[in-house]
Design a protein around this ligand. Structure first.
Ligand code: FE2
Length: 129
């Protein structure tokens, strides 16, 4: 049984998928069940993986780490996602090595948002605003 917007990884080939529509079955890749990636959390002041929100009216920026997360080929943020509290919309930005670990977007976000980021080494991280 999957849930909408869960992220699963195949520990054999590295495939990563996000659930767009939940169903009863288990997700399988390379002959094994894919592993649900847990949404890790930490103190944003000390944890460089935590998404941070900066606001200027409708203009929002999610950054990864007050001290920016590395963005090298070996170690980088693969994507940043913003999800509305009612899960009716998702905004996602894919990042390459050398990019700033940030995502700009516009919304009033009055109901609040969740932000997630995926580090290619340290996994999935989430913060709520
Ligand atoms: Fe990392």
């Amino acid at each position: 049984m999957t849930k909408k917007l869960e992220i699963y990884k195949c520990n054999i080939c590295g495939n990563i998928v996000e659930v767009m529509h939940e169903g009863e079955g288990a997700l399988v890749c390379c002959g094994e069940e894919m592993k649900l990636m847990s949404e890790q959390k930490g103190d944003p002041l000390s944890e460089r993986h935590m998404p941070i929100l900066e606001e200027n009216g409708m203009e929002k920026t999610i950054r990864v780490g007050f001290e920016p997360h590395p963005m090298s080929d070996e170690h980088r943020v693969e994507f940043i996602e913003v999800i509305s509290k009612d899960k009716k919309w998702v905004k996602r930005k894919y990042l390459d090595a050398g990019d700033e670990p940030e995502m700009k977007f516009k919304c009033d976000c009055k109901e609040g948002i969740d932000a997630r980021e995926l580090c290619n080494i340290h996994g999935l991280w989430k913060n709520e605003f």
